[in-house]
Design a protein around this ligand. Structure first.
Ligand code: HEC
Length: 307
């Protein structure tokens, strides 16, 4: 590649970055600024917090899974290296021939899978049948298809949560803010029975102002502020105490549940992040060593040249 071509690529990458930042700003224009949490997985050395992921899976399973799927995620993924239930060694009592680091043999993963019922088949007579889940099965979602999901949710579609962190700008901060940010709407607006106000959800609250706050042209009267955010079909899914954590030292609050489920869903959207980051660190080290070698060989070679 020529130097000119590399520069052109760099410039277009820079331009793309600027556009992406601009879009993020535009999308967040009418919502409150997202709350920032100190996420373990951020930064070049970031890793997932395994216990938080395990609790997050529990929150997903107990609360979110009645409406949202985690498409494409299989039980065995939970036991892969970096996953919430990965084991390096077998717990006591497991036969020695078992290799617990393998997701298919991991007893925790097997037990979780077996608690679900999955559809298999067809059998010899052509019928589908139900059986307990196996590590190789996909985690079943709550609905058979999108139509069924919409019918059960008043026309709104609960999106696949396995990719939600990638599908939204600032995914973790956004989902955390959304889950913890439900508020009673200001008196100036009137909501329908399936509308739930959230200042972090992108929307246009000016459409919901009560008629007494609008002038003849349908614009808000002077002095009336349009509330930030919007309305969504999901009512606040979390409340304090709704999930029972085994670890007594962890608070059972909306804030903690939201943090934990975000940790789990971020892993689900990028299970290979830790491997990618450690490869990055190794390559940086390699380049640093190479730079030093080049620098010293350059000095040695040129020191012999007479000026
Ligand atoms: C009773 C059903 C139900 C439950 C339980 C539920 N949701 Fe939802 N969720 C929905 C529906 C319906 C939507 C679509 C809302 C809309 O578009 O108006 C949604 C949307 C979302 C969105 C997308 C918002 C966006 O930007 O489009 C996220 C993120 C989300 N839910 C996360 C969760 C999490 C995490 C949980 C568990 C803690 C959960 N939900 C529990 C029904 C549910």
């Amino acid at each position: 590649m020529t130097v000119k071509a590399s520069f052109r690529m760099l410039a277009s990458a820079g331009a793309a970055l600027f556009c992406a930042l601009g879009a993020a700003e535009a999308a967040g224009g009418k919502t409150l600024e997202y709350k920032h949490n100190h996420w373990h997985f951020k930064g070049p050395f970031g890793t997932y917090d395994k216990e938080a992921m395990q609790r997050g899976f529990q929150v997903y399973r107990t609360v979110c899974a009645s409406c949202h799927s985690v498409d494409q995620l299989a039980f065995r993924n939970l036991g892969e290296k970096g996953g919430p239930f990965h084991l390096d060694e077998c717990p006591a009592g497991v036969p020695e021939s078992t290799d617990c680091s393998k997701p298919s043999e991991n007893p925790v993963v097997k037990a979780i899978a077996a608690e679900y019922e999955v559809t298999d088949g067809p059998d010899d007579t052509g019928d589908m049948f139900k059986r307990p889940g196996l590590p190789s099965d996909k985690i079943p979602g709550p609905y058979a298809n999108e139509q069924q999901a919409r019918a059960a949710n008043g026309g709104a579609f609960p999106p696949n949560l396995a990719l939600i962190m990638k599908a939204r700008h600032h995914g973790p901060d956004y989902v955390y803010s959304l889950l913890t940010g439900y508020e009673t709407p200001p008196d100036t607006v009137a909501l329908g029975p399936t509308q739930h106000y959230n200042p972090y959800f992108a929307g246009d609250m000016s459409q919901l102002l009560k008629p007494e706050y609008l002038n003849e042209e349908g614009h808000p009267v002077e002095g009336v502020e349009i509330p930030p955010g919007g309305v969504l079909a999901m009512k606040a899914p979390l409340s304090d105490g709704i999930v029972d954590y085994a670890d007594e030292s962890v608070p059972e609050t909306v804030d903690q549940y939201a943090k934990d489920v975000v940790e789990f869903l971020t892993w689900a959207s990028e299970p290979k992040m830790e491997a990618r980051k450690s490869l990055g660190v190794v390559s940086m080290g390699y380049l640093l060593v190479l730079t030093l070698i080049l620098f010293f060989s350059y000095r040695t070679i040129w020191s012999r040249v007479d000026h």
